[in-house]
Design a protein around this ligand. Structure first.
Ligand code: BGC
Length: 342
């Protein structure tokens, strides 16, 4: 049984109150806000039963209201980049606000991470809903969105549903930054990662996929067997990972990634219905943010496993369909399982 409780977590500048929900099972306790549907903490045990909070974040609401690198947030209407913020649907051209070099990133100037969602307690979890207006941040159609966090024992499931009144691109994910040694530990180099992908998307210098679906074979992107991030990042991909790995198009629940932290014994296993996973090793963190409990978060102090559609899919015919049409339901789930190994 998961205990669900809630409390106030400050007010927005316009006076609206934010609530924080705590979901607690025998082995995992997590907290999530009605603002941005942000996962603010996730406590799990190591092999000796010691608890640590393994996601990056802030102590108070102000940290999340200010500009930050999307710690723990739900990202939408379209996660990752759309090249030059442009796309066209049924012959009509759309221009989104540009907020990342020449591109549109993570939903634009005010993405779903900056929205106050409506919470509702559900069995073993909490559901957040919101409506994104027709034309908001340049996107067509009124979009209704539901994001549900459910904790069962050691497994967190995040389900994303949406419906639209006009055809729109959509790509929803959660942007948690994990460090299995505990947030505030300076590097993730002692983590072993594997991703079950036979191909990945090479990117240009603005991080837009070139369009090529490249085999991982004989490259640094072959993570089908576990690699130690230290030797991989320090000696090979020195900037770190910020790449989409291509998964099955089947929409069936499938294992996609596994991260093991030998010193603590913590193991994270990820399964998803999504066709892609953005593996990002926090390359743009620079230690300047003041995190929870006074922690600082330098480059490579966390990793993100953002299960989602492929970046810029709305502009690429050979990428999975990025459009949601009226009458259809967007429905994806990702499962994160937290356990320990010797
Ligand atoms: C992107 C990174 C970006 C980060 C924070 C990730 O999803 O792939 O390029 O820096 O989000 O915005």
């Amino acid at each position: 049984m998961t205990q669900v409780s809630s409390e106030g977590f400050g007010t927005l500048p316009d006076g609206r109150p934010v609530r924080r929900f705590t979901l607690s099972s025998d082995s995992v306790t997590l907290r999530v806000l009605s603002f941005g549907a942000i996962l603010t903490s996730l406590e799990t045990k190591d092999r000796d039963g010691q608890t640590a909070d393994i996601v990056l974040g802030f102590d108070n609401l102000e940290g999340y209201i200010n500009k930050h690198p999307y710690f723990g947030a739900v990202i939408g209407r379209v996660a990752n980049r759309i090249a030059e913020g442009k796309f066209s649907i049924d012959g009509k051209d759309y221009q989104l606000p540009i907020n990342n070099g020449p591109n549109s990133l993570h939903g634009g100037l005010k993405g779903f991470d900056k929205v106050l969602w409506t919470p509702e307690v559900v069995p073993n979890g909490v559901r957040f809903s919101m409506t994104s207006a027709d034309g908001e941040q340049g996107y067509p159609g009124e979009l209704k969105v539901w994001v549900t966090y459910v904790l069962n024992g050691e497994e967190l499931a995040i389900n994303y549903k949406a419906k639209t009144t006009k055809t729109t691109p959509i790509n929803l994910t959660n942007h948690s930054y994990f460090n299995l040694a505990g947030h505030g530990t300076p590097k993730i180099y002692d983590h072993e990662v594997s991703i079950e992908a036979e191909s990945y998307l090479p990117v240009d210098k603005t991080l837009i996929p070139t369009g090529e679906i490249a085999s991982v074979m004989n490259t640094y992107f072959d993570l089908r067997n576990p690699v130690l991030l230290g030797s991989h990042i320090e000696n090979k991909l020195t900037e770190g990972f910020d790449h989409n790995f291509c998964l099955s198009f089947s929409k069936q629940r499938s294992p996609c990634a596994r991260v093991f932290h030998q010193p603590s014994g913590r193991l994270l296993e990820v399964e998803t219905t999504q066709p892609g996973i953005q593996f990002y090793t926090a390359n743009f963190l620079d230690g300047s943010l003041k995190g929870k409990e006074g922690a600082t978060y330098p480059k490579h102090s966390a990793f993100c496993l953002e299960t989602q559609n492929w970046p810029n899919a709305v502009n690429k015919k050979n990428f999975p369909d990025a459009l949601l049409r009226p009458g259809e339901e967007y429905n994806h789930t990702t499962w994160f399982k937290f356990s320990v190994r010797q």
